[in-house]
Design a binder for this molecule. Structure first.
Ligand code: 6LW
Length: 505
């Protein structure tokens, strides 16, 4: 039996995993999006269902000043004596903190901020009860992995911060995790940067605080300069199955073209871990992985895929949805019009570091059809609502209904860095419209219809112009329902009575 990589597709970077009994939990980074830190559950490491998010309350997550790709960086999730801990960094407000819960499906605690520098924090619980806090920082010994001990009850640091290891010489030593396996304490980390030179390396010691000895066959995972469909593999975390097998989750990308570009973000991959006789691990096939890999002993339990159509009938948004920087009832609501998601555009546009009326889900397949039924009567010039293919505040495409010189129009706009242009516009007289986006590997095509018959295709844009290699940052493309008054509040709400995401792979 085989499974398919990535196991969680689309913008889901920096995975961290833990096991409690037969249940696996996994978290990924979320940057400027609210709620923060997507949380997934699995029984087999291959099939993952999103439970929701860890950081769901404004008291836990201040993103008000987070630029695109600011905010929440890489998390670590651990279970210890029945309590789950998630530790991460808000790089724009407060730094390192952890939250905890006894029920990962329920609410998590308020944050405990930890006075320890750097990013990519890890929590390690030693058998004697000592709790080690380990991060990637640029301290007295230069860029590397630094550690302190903390008091778990308060989050207070109880020792100085000491240097552990800088890795094998790659840039950006980061994403440390400490494991105790047999007599060894292992320090595993990423090096080379989260791009094409990415790799995973490991060292070990008889003490959790070192000195650490580097594995003789480092890196234990890398695709640098290989002719592969998957690149940038690294930022791994290890987990052991109840049967005793070891597996790794890690990030990777699936770029295309030359030079390579990827637009749907860094994704979560899975590979088996094998150990040498003298106790060193290797990830995958001698440090390389594939899109199809053998399942080994994993007890595959395919999960039903989430429904492709969202009718916005529920009392809450499905877990796949995200807002920008904060969740504001003035900007979006459910049930205001029966079975609709209602957006009320504010002055804020998609080009700003702010909180526009924006409800978005990740693009998780290169080939997919996205459509939404919208009802919107713009009252004033500049009122606008529609669907955006959004990478960040400087790179996005949108198909929208707006009013220009008193006339209702459908427009297609592209924003590529400092270039912004309405590429096409046409009169639209109805209050109701179905918006369509067709995504293939190289291109997005935008169209509209009155809900009957085939869409009228109206504009297109290259996927590569939204790619990370062009747009920068750490995130991936989102499909966003949005509204804006372009500098003033919209008088009229935009109602969406359904949204459909059809994967075509
Ligand atoms: C993550 C770090 C990284 O915290 O990217 O380049 C950051 N390295 O490991 C955001 O994903």
């Amino acid at each position: 039996m085989n499974y398919k990589n990535p196991v969680i597709s689309g913008f889901h970077p920096d995975p961290s995993v833990c096991r409690a009994g037969d249940d696996y939990y996994l978290v990924t980074s979320s940057f400027e999006y609210f709620p923060g830190v997507p949380l997934f559950h699995s029984k087999d490491l291959v099939n993952w269902t999103q439970l929701g998010h860890v950081l769901t309350r404004p008291e836990q997550l201040d993103l008000s000043r987070a630029p695109s790709s600011g905010g929440i960086f890489a998390p670590t999730i651990r279970e210890h004596q029945g309590t789950f801990y998630m530790v991460t960094t808000n790089v724009t407000a407060g730094g390192n903190f952890f939250v905890h819960t006894n029920d990962p499906c329920g609410e998590w605690s308020d944050p405990f901020f930890v006075d320890h520098p750097g990013i990519d924090p890890d929590l390690f619980f030693d058998e004697d009860g000592t709790v080690y806090f380990t991060s990637s920082a640029n301290g007295d010994s230069g860029p590397g992995i630094y550690q302190s001990r903390i008091d778990l009850k308060t989050g207070k640091r109880v020792t100085d911060v000491t240097f552990l290891w800088s890795g094998t010489g790659g840039q950006y030593p980061e994403a440390p995790h400490i494991y105790r396996i047999g007599k060894w304490y292992y320090l595993m980390m990423a090096e080379g940067g989260t791009e094409y030179g990415h790799m995973e390396t490991i060292a070990r010691s008889e003490r959790p605080d070192g000195p650490f000895e580097s594995c003789p066959h480092n890196p234990i995972l890398t695709h640098r300069s290989l002719l592969k469909s998957i690149h940038a593999t690294g930022h791994a975390d290890l987990v052991q199955t109840p049967d005793g097998d070891w597996w790794a989750v890690f990030l990777g990308i699936r770029p295309h073209g030359y030079p390579k570009r990827h637009h749907i973000g860094r994704e979560t991959f899975l590979a088996p871990v094998t150990w040498t006789e003298d106790g060193w691990p290797t990830i995958g096939d001698n440090g390389t992985v594939s899109e199809t890999m053998p399942t080994g002993n994993l007890p595959l339990q395919p999960a039903a895929p989430p429904p492709s159509k969202d009718d916005f009938d529920g009392a809450a948004l499905a877990p796949c949805w995200n807002t920008m920087r904060r969740s504001d009832p003035e900007l979006w609501s459910l049930g205001e019009k029966e079975s609709c998601l209602t957006l009320r555009g504010s002055e804020t546009t998609l080009n700003e570091i702010g909180a526009p009326a924006f409800v978005a889900r990740r693009q998780q397949h290169f080939n997919c059809d996205v459509s939404a039924h919208m009802m919107f009567e713009p009252q004033r010039d500049g009122e606008e609502a529609g669907i955006a293919v959004y990478m960040n505040d400087r790179f996005h495409y949108e198909l929208a209904v707006t009013r220009i010189a008193g006339e209702r129009k459908i427009i297609f706009r592209r924003k590529i860095g400092s270039l912004q242009k309405i590429e096409n516009e046409a009169p639209w007289t109805s209050d109701s419209i179905v918006l369509h986006v067709k995504a293939v590997r190289e291109q997005y095509t935008f169209g509209f219809s009155n809900g009957i018959g085939t869409p009228f295709w109206f504009g297109s844009g290259e996927t590569s112009l939204l790619a990370t290699e062009v747009a920068g940052g750490f995130t991936g493309v989102m499909f966003a329902l949005y509204a804006t008054g372009n500098g003033a509040k919209c008088e009229s709400p935009a109602h969406f009575d359904w949204f459909q995401y059809e994967a075509l792979e």
